[in-house]
Design a binder for this molecule. Structure first.
Ligand code: UD1
Ligand code: CA
Length: 448
């Protein structure tokens, strides 16, 4: 149906000067991925026929991030209206609805955009639908001037008089515009205003002048937070984290202190997972069912089976694969290793580039010595093996199934299945030596 065709223009040409960063603003991460990705996902959920992202010069990283979506470069930043004009060629044939969103307003939801499109497609057939909101502090946002016949104009703060500055209804920047009327409106924008910019917002007054109607829908202030500074980035992160915590709890995870748990956008949690306070999830973490995560753990790029017990203070790094029923305890770091079903590494250990077989027990203070300064080597610990405390396993090395390594060993040769390996100095005993030593020392002190 032609009436439901949709194109989206994403404005992202601003460097974001106030971020004081070498990275384009929209590439700053929220929950571990660039804010533009969050927005693109929301945009894609509307299944638009066309999407064009307007970027600034030298923003190849943004183009790569949104690829295969098309980007056009706005060489001079002459305002939001000028930015939209850059998409004209790419959308020349398009006459459906055009949605304009801002790359630095990443928290907008699909529901809100859908409401705007419904308004745009309503019988009133407004030329422009603006997403308005009422922030606690209206600050320098543009204001919506509304009359009995709907939206009359948007005035930018710099251009507004005192009365207009008193209007609590603000412009979020998001607009749904009739594609048949967009380009003639955009062509007529002028830059005779306080900022000397081509304001997209002026299309409202222009459309009204043509006798068309315009309207607005109200959005939640939280969704429409614009990120212009590191403070606002932190504010946006807090909102994203709150949404992720909410989703985790709705999905059957217990968060004992939700505000202290930090998720990545892609964290996957099974059912009946319990997370104690102060746990941080980096990217690419998958947690099975019935897992208990005690406090102060840090995870990244790892996969956890069912009914695993983790922490407190466990660190799982990329490539850690923890099998069902395993235990990873305090101050244990696991990197690029598989810990198979029911294995236990309960205290103070480093396991890297290794396999820990099913049911094996790795004692306190065990280190896999995986790096010689040039290469990484593999440690293979067999099923049911027992590694005594404070052992160093110098890789490449293999400890067979069911073998025992005596505590304090530095193991440099493979250990056969079922064998005991002890690799440490032999204990010797000198009877009475300690007593004689003390007597000698005391006598010397007494002499002066
Ligand atoms: C804009 C609105 C204002 C609204 C506010 C909401 C206009 C004229 N004003 O103001 O009414 O309250 O957003 O946050 O639209 N951009 C380009 N090229 C440009 C200029 C901007 O791509 O030449 C992009 C920016 O990267 C950004 C977005 O457009 O993603 C908004 O630009 P910005 O300069 O931040 O507009 P505001 O002054 O905040
Ligand atoms: Ca802005």
């Amino acid at each position: 149906m032609p009436a439901s065709r949709l194109a989206v223009i994403v404005l992202a040409a601003g460097m974001g000067t106030r971020m004081k960063s070498d990275l384009p603003k929209v590439m700053h991460p929220l929950a571990g991925r660039p804010m533009i990705r969050h927005l693109m996902e929301t945009v894609e959920s509307l299944s638009p026929q066309e999407v064009v992202v307007v970027v600034g010069p030298g923003m190849d990283c943004v183009s790569e991030e949104v690829s295969p979506v098309r980007t056009v470069v706005q060489t001079d930043r002459l305002g939001t209206g000028h930015a939209v004009r850059q998409a004209r060629e790419a959308l020349a044939e398009f006459d459906g609805d055009v949605l304009v969103v801002f790359g630095d307003t990443p928290l907008i939801t699909r529901e809100t955009l859908t409401r705007m499109l419904a308004e745009r497609r309503s019988v009133k057939n407004p030329a422009v639908v603006v997403l308005g909101f009422k922030p606690a502090d209206p600050g320098h946002y543009g204001r919506l001037v509304v009359g009995a016949e709907g939206l009359k104009a948007i005035v930018e703060w710099k251009d507004a008089n005192d009365e207009q500055r008193g209007i609590p209804l603000c412009n979020s920047g998001v607009m749904a515009i009739d594609g048949k009327r967009l380009w003639p409106l955009v062509e007529r924008l002028s830059n005779a205003n306080a900022k000397g910019e081509y304001y997209l917002t002026d299309v409202v007054a222009l459309a009204r002048g043509d006798g068309a109607s315009c309207s607005f829908v109200l959005g939640e202030a939280e969704e429409l937070l614009g990120v212009n500074s590191r403070q606002e980035l932190a504010g946006a992160e807090a909102i994203v984290q709150r949404r992720l915590r909410q989703a985790a709890m709705e999905g059957g995870t217990t968060l004992i202190a939700p505000d202290s748990v930090w998720f990545s956008w892609d964290t996957r949690l099974g059912r009946d997972v319990t997370i104690w306070p102060h746990v941080v999830f980096g990217r690419g973490v998958v947690i099975g069912d019935g897992v208990t995560i005690k406090g102060f753990c840090h995870f990244e790029g790892c996969t956890i089976g069912d009914c695993v017990e983790l922490g407190p203070f466990a660190r799982l790094r990329p490539g850690a694969e923890i099998g069902d029923d395993a235990h990873i305890g305090n101050f244990v770091e696991v990197k690029k290793s598989s810990v198979e079903k029911g294995a236990k590494i309960n205290h103070l250990a480093y396991v890297g580039d290794a396999r820990v077989g099913a049911g094996a027990n790795v004692g306190a203070g065990t280190i896999t010595c995986n790096y010689d300064g040039f290469d990484k080597s593999f440690t293979d610990i067999g099923a049911g093996a027992f590694i005594g405390s404070n052992s160093s396993l110098v890789a490449p090395i293999k400890v067979g199934d069911g073998a025992i390594v005596g505590a304090g060993s530095v193991v440099t040769r493979d250990v056969s299945s079922g064998a005991l390996a002890v690799a440490r100095g032999n204990q010797m005993e000198l009877a009475g030596w300690a007593d004689r030593f003390r007597d000698r020392k005391k006598a010397a002190k007494a002499k002066g």
